[in-house]
Design a binder for this molecule. Structure first.
Ligand code: MN
Length: 448
């Protein structure tokens, strides 16, 4: 079997942005879209134009920006299977060099009965009409039967046939509620491939949620069954437990490409930057143990692992951090680390210490390392600042005062003493007391 390309359909800006606390401004979405283009994804789902005027504006802005990118992915907009939604998507996307309308309608009995109050026959008719309507604007049309994994297989096949007959070129099979298992999803995709798609030129796509922690495993099972597009998000953000994480899908395919006989167009060196950007724009932190992009994903603690790593990296590494745009094979410093290792590491952080300085820093480092399991770079920076004149604190915190309550607006007052003994006092209101303090911290214009 020759190696195939699996298209990466990124929905960070639609499914990801829909998640609680993940909303982004139009400017932030444009920045993320530009980075996704640099990363080399094939399709960017830029938003849901009919959802709000803000969403429409964001999709239009990204569609127009795409003209200036050296390599522009297809820009996609989501639309319910209604004329109004499809028109909103078509107009928002009009400026893009390559564009796709993604329309959807649920197919599971529970959605038909309680949400849509539609019969199966009516669903088939609507899908045929609306996919055809979308295809009258743009010839690249994707159709998703929402809740596909909990739908009756025979009915699902009929709906997909109607979508393909009406012009759908990609059929996406969502595990909307994150319920399926890898073997089950494999059978679902394989059945669609054999009984619906056959030798027609239609791409089967996966869209898996992580409610049971199976989103990536299910997506890869879909690829093994013949899916050639994977929908995913940076850092795995998305509704509830999130979507399949782009970085995990891409690195699984890259690291095990012989196994999957498939690869992607993604420039993996851009993964780290994409992860940090999405984390910064959404304010959602990446857990340290997160695969591929977590702070510890390439860290090796003291002991047998470090010894192995120093002798030969492949003893404990299946991937290299620099291939995903992160700092390489980090050796964590602990209480067993020696003076030379500490000094060499500090030099990489930009601190070339004199002998006397190094003695003081090393003594303090040992003291901290005895109490804590590992000493990270931020702590090292603090030790260096404390033990030498380097990077010593310019401002001293004199006072923090917050007031809040059920009927009060959280307000913080902060007093700092500057290097010239000048006092700086400022107050701010925030969503909560900590937010109010941090607003002061991030808006550096305290009044005298
Ligand atoms: Mn979803």
């Amino acid at each position: 079997m020759s190696e195939d390309i699996v298209r990466i359909f990124d929905t960070t800006l639609r499914d990801g942005e829909q998640a609680p606390g993940c909303s982004m401004t139009v400017e932030e979405k444009r920045q993320v879209a530009r980075q996704l283009a640099r990363l080399g994804v094939d399709v960017i789902e830029a938003g849901f134009p009919a959802a709000s005027p803000g969403d429409w504006d964001a999709v239009r802005a990204i569609a127009e920006d795409a003209y200036d990118w050296p390599v522009a992915p297809t820009i996609c907009g989501l639309a319910r299977a209604t004329r109004k939604d499809i028109e909103a998507a078509a107009t928002a996307l009009a400026g893009a060099p390559a564009r796709r309308i993604h329309t959807f309608l649920a197919t599971s009995d529970v959605h038909l009965q309680y949400k849509l109050q539609m019969t199966r026959a009516a669903v088939i008719t609507r899908v045929h009409e609306m996919v055809g309507y979308a295809a009258s604007f743009i010839d690249d049309v994707e159709f998703s039967p929402e809740d596909a994994s909990r739908s009756d297989a025979g009915f699902l096949h009929d709906v997909l046939r109607a979508a393909i007959d009406a012009g759908a070129t990609t059929i996406n099979i969502p595990d909307t509620v994150g319920y399926t298992t890898p073997d089950e999803y494999f059978a679902l995709i394989a059945g669609i491939r054999q009984q619906v798609v056959g030798d027609r030129d239609v791409v089967i796509s996966t869209h898996c949620h992580d409610d049971l922690g199976l989103a990536v495993a299910n997506s890869l099972a879909g690829v093994q069954a013949g899916a050639r597009q994977v929908e995913c998000t940076i850092n795995g953000i998305g509704e509830r437990a999130g979507n399949a994480a782009l970085e995990e899908v891409v690195m699984a395919l890259r690291t095990r490409r012989a196994r999957y006989a498939a690869d992607t167009h993604v420039r993996t060196e851009e993964i780290g930057r994409a992860s940090r950007l999405v984390s910064r724009c959404t304010g959602v932190r990446v857990p340290p143990n997160k695969a591929i992009v977590g702070a510890n994903a390439f860290a090796h603690e003291a002991g047998i692992h470090q010894d192995g790593m120093l002798k030969h990296r492949e003893t404990y590494e299946i991937m290299h951090a620099e291939h995903v745009g992160l700092e390489g094979g980090r050796l964590v410093l602990g209480k067993h680390s020696g003076r030379a290792a500490l000094r060499a590491h500090l030099a990489t952080l930009g601190h070339a210490l004199a002998d006397a300085e190094c003695d003081a820093v090393f003594a303090k480092f040992k003291e901290v390392a005895d109490r804590k399991k590992v000493v990270d770079d931020r702590e090292l920076e603090a030790i260096v600042a404390g033990e030498t004149k380097r990077g010593s604190a310019t401002f001293t915190l004199e006072l923090v005062q917050v007031s809040c309550g059920t009927h009060a607006i959280p307000t913080a007052t902060v007093k700092l003493r500057g290097p010239d003994e000048r006092e700086l006092v400022a107050a701010a209101q925030g969503d909560g007391p900590v937010d109010a303090v941090c607003l002061l911290y991030t808006s550096p214009s305290p009044r005298d």
